[in-house]
Design a protein around this ligand. Sequence first.
Ligand SMILES: Cc1cc2nc3c(=O)[nH]c(=O)nc-3n(C[C@H](O)[C@H](O)[C@H](O)COP(=O)(O)OP(=O)(O)OC[C@H]3O[C@@H](n4cnc5c(N)ncnc54)[C@H](O)[C@@H]3O)c2cc1C
Length: 456
Amino acid sequence: MVDYDVIIAGAGTGGSTAAYTLAKRGHSVLLIDRKERYNIGNKTCGDAIGSHHIIELRELTGIPELPKGIVEYDVNGIDLIAPDRDHRLRMEGPTTTGMSFNRLKMGQWFVGQAESAGVEVLASTRVKKLLFDDGKVSGVKVSIEGGPDKDYTARIVVDATGATGVLRMQMPETSPIEQQIASEDRMVAWRDIYETPDFEFETPDYLEIFWNQDETLGGYTWVFPQGKHRVNVGNGVMTIEGHRNPKDIQYDFVKKTWIDTWGEIKVLDSSGGVAPIRRPIDTMVDDNFMLVGDAACQVNPIHGGGIGSSMLGGAHAGIIASEALERNDTSIESLWPYNPRYHKSYGMKQAALDIFRWFLLNITNDDIDFAFKKQIIKASDLLDTSMTGEVKFGAGEKFKRLVAGFGKIPLLLRVSKVAGLMNDIRAVYARYPDSPKGLAAWKEQLVPIYETAKVA
Ligand SMILES: Cc1cc2nc3c(=O)[nH]c(=O)nc-3n(C[C@H](O)[C@H](O)[C@H](O)COP(=O)(O)OP(=O)(O)OC[C@H]3O[C@@H](n4cnc5c(N)ncnc54)[C@H](O)[C@@H]3O)c2cc1C
């Protein structure tokens, strides 16, 4: 006899959505978070999300509309800005309309929805250890603030502890789940939220992303207004060899270039954070065990947004776990369909964008300025690619860009090679195995493509 059908470690957007989905289907769920109940959702974030994620989530789970108080400002598009700051691409489309929101209220709403659906929430409680029975996951050991450690058992345990992946790291060496995330696949970031009484943002409904390889190699600076006199501003960098500390970048480059131009400012919040930046974990399930959200690396590798995809991951995991529980079979084979389901909705695109990430790491400010100026890269390409991870140029369009890009042919050839690799990886994901037996052979097809991408 177990204590719960499912125990979920971490009540962020991923864990809360999985919990909500399962409880709505009649399962008993314990959702545990180390934060105090009133503080769940409080997190370093750019506080922006595309509406398409919320719409997809509603279709999958039937979760109600986000209440008005959560949304701070509607977003109508994103401006991508070249290092020279003279050239920009305005992206306006289904993936770039959305909202900036109050992070704490958003988190509170999600965990509240789970609670109303019947989930038992255990806050101020740290999940310390995975428990095993006969070599298979069987529950968790927790430490409750001010009390003794306690064990809880369940038929399925979900790790939704965010970027740390506390439980993923405790899976045995024999598990097909990767325990560690390479340092080159992480982003570290710093962000501040300011009121700017002296400065008015002219178009607060457009978010701005600035590239500058000399300052934020492979990452970017964001300036996300949250109204005419309020802004969320930060920067993130990949933790590759020689990377700079984003806090130093913030109070040097970002301060000089943006913050100092806003006159007197009032600091509302200031903190750092980490996110995994790569394709999703190759298998997000093992016997009686699942991964959701940042713990499963379900983050967009280009812009680091992961709230929408963690909710999608949570919904897909919840649906598959529910079906497995109903069959009374929570083995890896039975939970396996979560992998292809997630890949189809988001993982395949993530994997292709992971290729593009390496390209962005390997080009110079000069290359980016040139590509923006000569329109070798257009907003419509980036919109298409950000929607599907696919890169499509017709023959005529290829020729036009070849003419425009004359003078930087090697760069053009690299763009074309990267586009090919992105399409190759999509094809590999379309062949994702339908059982764990095919995983090792499938992974062998991935490796050479990523190795080529790293130096393309
Ligand atoms: C600086 C920064 C800016 C970002 N900006 C954006 C943005 O603008 N838009 C966007 O979509 N995404 C953004 N992201 C990414 C986004 O925040 C994450 O992808 C998303 O929150 C992942 O949700 P999650 O539920 O997986 O994890 P989290 O939201 O991190 O939730 C994990 C939960 O687990 C709990 N937990 C951790 N360890 C334990 C433990 N041992 N025991 C119990 N509980 C535990 C934590 O308290 C937390 O509540 C940003 C990330 C960073 C770092």
